[in-house]
Write a protein that binds this ligand. Sequence first.
Ligand SMILES: *[C@@H]1O[C@H](CO)[C@@H](O)[C@H](O)[C@H]1NC(C)=O
Ligand SMILES: *[C@@H]1O[C@H](CO)[C@@H](O)[C@H](O)[C@H]1NC(C)=O
Length: 312
Amino acid sequence: MKISMVLRLGTTLLCCVLAVSQAQGCKCTTHFQGKCTGDDVARCQCILPLGDVDKSVDCNKLVPKCLLMKKESIPSKGGRRLKPEHALVDNDGLYNPDCEDNGAFKARQCNGTDTCWCVNTAGVRRTDKGDKNWKCSELVRTFWLMIQMKRNNTDQVDETALKAAIKTTFTSRYKLTEKHVTLIEFEGPFIYIDLKQNASEKAPGDVDIADVGYYLEKDIKGDSIFHPDEKFKISVDGKDFGVQEPLIYYIDEKAPEISMKRLTAGVIAVIVVVVLAIVAGIVVLVLTRRKKGKYEKAEVKEMNEMQKELTS
Ligand SMILES: *[C@@H]1O[C@H](CO)[C@@H](O)[C@H](O)[C@H]1NC(C)=O
Ligand SMILES: *[C@@H]1O[C@H](CO)[C@@H](O)[C@H](O)[C@H]1NC(C)=O
């Protein structure tokens, strides 16, 4: 009897506390782990915990991708979810990046190791890897994202309505100006979307297409970064239009500088091996091929691609 009363009192108190904290109105819309304080919605003070530091962020705008990746690569105490014993970590796609104070990627990334490489504004590797003396003279801008995704079902929908719904998702959810959505096309089960934004089109404070791509990918994969209240939905005629399997290609203002140097070294090794034993040579050749394939894939690879790696 007494226990149940205590429980009820406790529940009532908890409800009140929740109601009060919600009444404040300050919540982090754009990150489920962001914390905001303040009573005035227009003057919320928000932070995103990044390991030992609390980075102050604007929770009405997308959090820059560099900070998101940093957040994701810092293991949380206890772990956010259980991982299977043999789960792979895709270190090429996800690494612990060095960010500028404004959240931009530093041109050179080393993931806390002695191996370094250069990235574009989307944080994707665009050069070979080298030692810690590796130089990156500038941060090359990714001005074009080619996005591909699949429709859940191919039932007929009005294409004009669907295009409008997709545009609305970009402008209202990700706060991207409509002019940056330069193409939306449908082809069988596929949807193709182009986002373009060059440096001169991006005013300070504007969201970057690279950040939009990251949020979109997480949204489609059902692993949204937004506050749980902010459900991802492409709404066509009041119906939830389902999409899956997002794939994003990054196109930079300068061509990537991933050379064949390493490969040449590999080929020399192959020649020696071929002299020694033809069969062994073939095995090495096949391995080199496979590596080359992987190399190309790495450019378009993004976070959460580990499942694909595992199954392929
Ligand atoms: C940036 O994009 C705009 C609109 O597409 C274009 O007019 C302009 O020439 C571009 N600027 C540069 C430097 O590429
Ligand atoms: C679309 O399919 C994906 C993967 O099967 C699923 O997670 C998602 O909930 C579906 N969306 C809708 C709106 O049915």
